[in-house]
Design a protein around this ligand. Structure first.
Ligand code: SF4
Length: 484
């Protein structure tokens, strides 16, 4: 393992480090073959381009020359400076905006701009702005007191100002010093306890398999960073140890730290037993929902969404023409994708969905998780559905995720659709796909449509992904019935 002291730290590495210390280390020393491609960085880049486009003005330029000429907007400044002793910090500053001040170029100065996705301003945004600010300060020889954050709110671009205070700058320097230590180490920092972060990380395949092999407590659904810390403090270091402890004993140990920890003790012991032995544990016997078991057929429903625009762009249904007790004949299953091209034009979509649901009015609607019924009911309410329509719609929904959680404890890290489908042996036809990939395809398809170049392949890929989500839900439902 080479550990290079001269390895420059840049904003990409800092970003990775803020997300997870181990991630930054892996970005330098990890085996790139084990790294998965994820759609998130492309989505982020596209989002940045859209936001920056909003700021574009007549007076813009590229590089230091544009600063010397006093352009209002400057793209692509590359700069490096030892913000910490003996270590160059490199910045590839995507966009600077001219503001008041006294820089080496005249009676003006520049401030950094970044684009953010997600609902809130995070520590990551603040530290990246702080790093850009300190690098610009060194370049222009004038203090940078504020940075700008652009983000999309529906179709509008909003601009927020962030004060780059001494305390943010100090937090940055402290972070850079720890980051430097981390990347000088021969061994990677530990796997994060907050495993939700791993879901979208490109190193998840490697880290998940290490955590599974090592029986890490964070592998257990219901154990986050805090609970893991509490368990370790109480002498329980891994899944095996957790699976062997008596319920009343654990409850007693955790009670001191809050009733919420004591309440979950039985559940996490059971979960650890299932994972330690790799066996499914039945929690209840017969499923008592009659319309699930006796229905003459089923509709299975899944939505694809653009979270930035709060736009459900695809409502996918498959129909099973018979009872779940029969074998599933894939040839008899029909998939219907109902697209909603524009968020503000839902009346046609609602008419089509209503038609479909009333044509199959006796069939329950299976879905995985809470999102689908909430979205469909809200759509109906927006389109003026009356209370009896809404009530009868509500009665038709059957949440397969809730049923799984109520009836089974399974040897899985989480109870998301992908994990449970993998457990029962279902595979998506397209490899390495997820909601983010579908969103990227959708945005690419929409863009190309505007340019009159139909990327039908992207749309077909979204349909395939969505129909496989529905099929996975159906197969899990069938698995539930088959276990009775
Ligand atoms: S998969 Fe998780 S633990 Fe591994 S680098 Fe990514 S965020 Fe960190």
């Amino acid at each position: 393992m080479k550990c290079s002291k001269s390895k420059p730290i840049n904003e990409h590495l800092l970003r990775s480090w803020i997300r997870c210390r181990r991630k930054a280390w892996l970005e330098i020393y990890g085996d790139k073959q084990k790294k998965l491609w994820t759609a998130h960085s492309t989505l982020q880049l596209n989002h940045q381009i859209d936001c920056f486009h909003h700021l574009s003005q007549k007076s813009y330029g590229i590089g230091i020359q544009a600063c010397e000429e006093g352009k209002n907007i400057v793209y692509g400044i590359r700069v490096k400076y030892p913000l910490i002793e003996n270590r160059n910090i490199k910045g590839n500053l995507a966009l600077l905006r001219k503001t008041s001040g006294e820089s080496i170029w005249g009676n003006f100065s520049y401030q950094p701009v970044l684009a953010r996705q997600g609902k809130k301003i995070t520590r990551e945004h603040k530290l990246i702005l702080s790093m850009s600010g300190l690098l610009i300060k060194n370049l222009q020889k004038y203090q940078v007191s504020k940075g700008l954050i652009l983000h999309k709110d529906h179709n509008n671009i909003k601009i927020e100002q962030i004060r780059l205070t001494d305390s943010i700058n100090k937090e940055l320097i402290d972070s850079l010093l720890i980051l430097e230590k981390d990347i000088e180490s021969k061994i990677p920092p530990p796997i994060t306890s907050n495993r939700k972060k791993c879901t979208i990380c490109s190193w998840r395949k490697d880290c998940n398999s290490i955590a599974k092999k090592g029986g890490y407590l964070s592998e257990i659904s219901g154990i986050g960073a805090k609970r893991e810390h509490l368990l370790i403090k109480n002498g329980i270091k891994d899944i095996k140890e957790l699976s062997k402890i008596k319920h009343y004993e654990l409850k007693g140990k955790l009670e001191r730290h809050g009733i919420q920890h004591a309440d979950i003790s039985k559940q996490i012991i059971l979960q650890s037993k299932s994972q330690a032995t790799n066996k499914a544990i039945r929690l209840k016997t017969k499923i008592t929902i009659n319309n699930f078991k006796k229905a003459k057929g089923l509709l299975i429903y899944d939505i694809e969404s653009d979270p930035d625009l709060k736009h459900d762009f695809l409502h996918g249904f498959i129909r099973l023409p018979n009872n779940l007790y029969n074998e599933i004949d894939l040839k008899k299953i029909k998939y219907s994708p109902l697209l909603n091209l524009e968020k503000d034009n839902e009346s046609f979509l609602w008419k089509r969905i209503k038609k479909k649901l009333s044509y199959h009015k006796d069939l329950p609607i299976l879905h995985y998780g809470e999102t689908e019924p909430i979205s469909l009911i809200r759509l109906g309410e927006r389109q003026g559905a009356n209370s009896s329509e809404i009530d009868s719609l509500k009665k038709r929904f059957i949440d397969i995720h809730s049923l799984i959680r109520e009836y089974w404890c399974l040897p899985v890290r989480n109870y998301g659709l992908k994990s449970i489908a993998e457990f029962i042996g279902f595979e998506w036809e397209q490899s390495n796909v997820d909601g983010a990939r579908a969103l990227l395809w959708w945005r690419q398809w929409k863009r190309s449509r505007k340019l009159n170049k139909m990327y039908s392949r992207n749309l077909n890929s979204i349909f395939k992904y969505n129909s496989d989500d529905c099929l996975a839900t159906l197969k899990i439902a069938k698995w539930l019935i088959d276990q009775e």
